[in-house]
Design a protein around this ligand. Structure first.
Ligand SMILES: NC(=O)C1=CN([C@@H]2O[C@H](COP(=O)(O)OP(=O)(O)OC[C@H]3O[C@@H](n4cnc5c(N)ncnc54)[C@H](OP(=O)(O)O)[C@@H]3O)[C@@H](O)[C@H]2O)[C@@H](O)CC1
Ligand SMILES: Nc1ncnc2c1ncn2[C@@H]1O[C@H](COP(=O)(O)OP(=O)(O)O)[C@@H](O)[C@H]1O
Ligand SMILES: [K+]
Length: 514
């Protein structure tokens, strides 16, 4: 299992490693520098031959210390290296100071900020950002921001840009770029970020993927420390998805509530996803006026007429209907009428879209009715309607680090709601009320920008409902669905529309050996 370590957790892992006597700070720094150089040469094998020139920007802490190691290792490979330090070398922490002195025996230490940008003779090269890493506590101010701006300018277009641990300016915990007063938030925009031991939440959340470029995590010989509160990075479905025989009723019966005439598409998408992910049976509950519309467009799906809360209660007397989904295309009025009844029935329940927005004025009424087998699947707007204080905390400029993150927001929301919350986005976060949390990022090698298309969220709600019907727990169903949703999108690629997602599931499941 991959975990994402916050700045504080990373410091604790480092201290534990050093306190055990297994490794010293200087050894960790040496391995960090070696890791960056190895990743750089792996990414741009030609640069070793063709360019062999680097500008290294070092900061006042241990991130700067890594920079001194990198400068020395590149120099030993006959690279032309220019190094610049922000701050006073006499105030560097011990390991960084040691590596400063080792570098100083080989080359010069220029001062930052510099008056004119350095110009190593001709052509392209590599800029190494070793200004700030996990110790960044505030936005890059007037002293530092212009240094980064120099390398955005013409003349460096052909240069490769490598960030050590994190691009300077990016908050390790939240993936947000820190602001300094009223100045525009400044950040180093990397082509490659090389981090150590474990990825940080900031590499995957918010602006992280956009400013990190590619991400490499290198081993620096720290033992795997276990932090109960650390977020998991989702890289697999986490559930057995195959069917091992049995009758269709052994695989559950999902009930998807549909909206009225002309608004049934969203529920049909969700229903088809629930069926494709393996629910034994799936029924659409439809108001009378929409019956003809739905009947004309379904085959394996079933349909029942549900006009009122009483009709829903009556239908749910059939205990075989073991998972319910409300929200996609449901309509606010119909949601207000049906959600309380569905929750009273106590089935595993997914609430999405209108089923969430219906409670915008009174989220407490929803929280009181929810139970532990529920999953809420808000996008950012729906999240703000139910949890306005948490959404406000996430929005707006971040003035000091470590910053409030989508992990913090989803975790607080799940505790308040008393059920699983899946906060949607390219950086989807899933949290359970006990604080268990995971991040499913459609980023780097798993980017799926084609998912930003109408109806994609309806399919996700249907996937979760189908997995609930099959007997998965709320958190596990949400986690697996987020993974499968992106796998399906990646299977189709550009041109994807929401209808394609359920149809891609057989290939995805086959690929997973289900
Ligand atoms: N953990 C590990 O296992 C390993 C860690 N390693 C490396 O150490 C890095 C962490 O080092 P770190 O803790 O010294 O913090 P770092 O990021 O260098 O910055 C702190 C300095 O910056 C300053 N400062 C902050 N914000 C500022 C601003 N906006 N503008 C100006 N100044 C600002 C801050 O000043 P202060 O806030 O105290 O005033 C302080 O002086 C980590 O990212 C990794 O690269 C590796 O060597 C291998 C093993
Ligand atoms: N750029 C993106 N990369 C990856 N996934 C995305 C992206 N944009 C949206 N998604 C995903 O697509 C789905 C969109 O859901 P939602 O916002 O409810 O849209 P709709 O209501 O149209 O279905 C969510 O699961 C979200 O995580
Ligand atoms: K950095």
């Amino acid at each position: 299992m991959s975990v994402l370590l916050t700045a504080a957790q990373m410091r604790a892992a480092e201290h534990a490693g050093m306190a055990s006597g297994a490794v010293s700070g200087a050894e960790l720094m040496e391995r960090a520098g070696q890791g960056v150089v190895a990743a750089l040469l792996k990414t741009w094998p030609n640069s070793e031959v063709a360019a062999r020139r680097a500008i290294v920007l070092c900061g006042p802490g241990n991130n700067g210390g890594d920079g001194f190691v990198i400068a020395r290792l590149l120099h030993q490979r006959d690279w032309q290296v220019e190094l610049f330090l922000l701050g006073d070398s006499s105030r560097l922490p011990a390991d960084a100071r040691l590596n400063h002195d080792r570098w100083n025996a080989l080359g010069k230490v220029g001062a930052l900020p510099f008056d004119a940008p350095p110009r190593l003779s001709g052509g392209e090269g590599v800029v190494i950002d070793a200004l700030f890493g996990t110790g960044l506590t505030r936005g890059l101010g007037a002293e530092v921001a212009p240094i980064l701006a120099r390398f955005e300018a013409a003349g460096y277009a052909d240069w490769h840009r490598v960030a050590v641990d994190l691009p300077s300016g990016l908050c390790a915990d939240s993936g947000r770029v820190l602001a300094a007063g009223d100045s525009p938030a400044a950040v180093f925009r990397a082509d490659l970020t090389v981090s150590f031991h474990s990825a940080k939440p900031g590499h995957f959340l918010a602006q992280g993927p956009e400013v990190c470029g590619a991400l490499e995590v290198v081993d620096i010989g720290l033992a795997a420390a276990s932090f109960a509160e650390a977020a998991e990075l989702v890289t697999d479905p986490g559930l057995p998805l195959g069917k091992r025989g049995g009758h269709k009723f052994d695989h559950g019966h999902a009930l998807i509530l549909s909206g009225g005439f002309g608004r049934t598409g969203a529920a049909r998408l969700a229903a088809r996803a629930a069926l494709r992910i393996g629910a034994g049976l799936v029924t659409l509950a439809v108001p009378g006026a929409a019956q003809m519309e739905v009947a004309a467009q379904i085959t394996a799906l079933m349909m029942r007429r549900v006009e009122t809360a009483e009709a829903l209660a009556q239908l749910l007397e059939d205990r075989r209907l073991n998972a319910v989904c409300l929200g996609p295309g449901l309509g606010i009025e119909r949601a207000r009428m049906l959600v309380p009844e569905a929750l009273r029935a106590g089935r595993a329940t997914v609430l999405d879209a209108d089923a969430l927005s219906a409670f915008a004025g009174d989220p407490e009424a929803l929280f009181t009715a929810l139970h532990a087998d529920c999953v809420l699947t808000p996008h950012g707007g729906e999240f703000a309607r139910l949890f306005p204080d948490l959404a406000r905390h996430l929005a707006g400029p971040l003035q000091s680090g470590p910053g409030f993150s989508r992990i913090d927001a989803a975790r607080a929301a799940a505790a308040r709601a008393g059920c699983t919350v899946l906060l949607k986005g390219p950086d989807t976060v899933i949290a359970a009320p006990d604080g268990t949390v995971c991040v499913h990022a459609a980023a780097y090698g798993r980017a799926a920008p084609w998912l930003a298309t109408a109806g994609a969220g309806d399919v996700l709600a249907g996937l979760i409902c189908g997995l609930l019907a099959r007997g998965a727990g709320a958190y596990q169903a949400a986690r697996a669905a987020a993974f499968l949703h992106v796998e399906a999108a990646r299977c189709i690629g550009p041109g994807l529309i929401a209808e394609d997602l359920p149809e891609a599931l057989p290939a995805v499941l086959r690929g997973l050996g289900a």
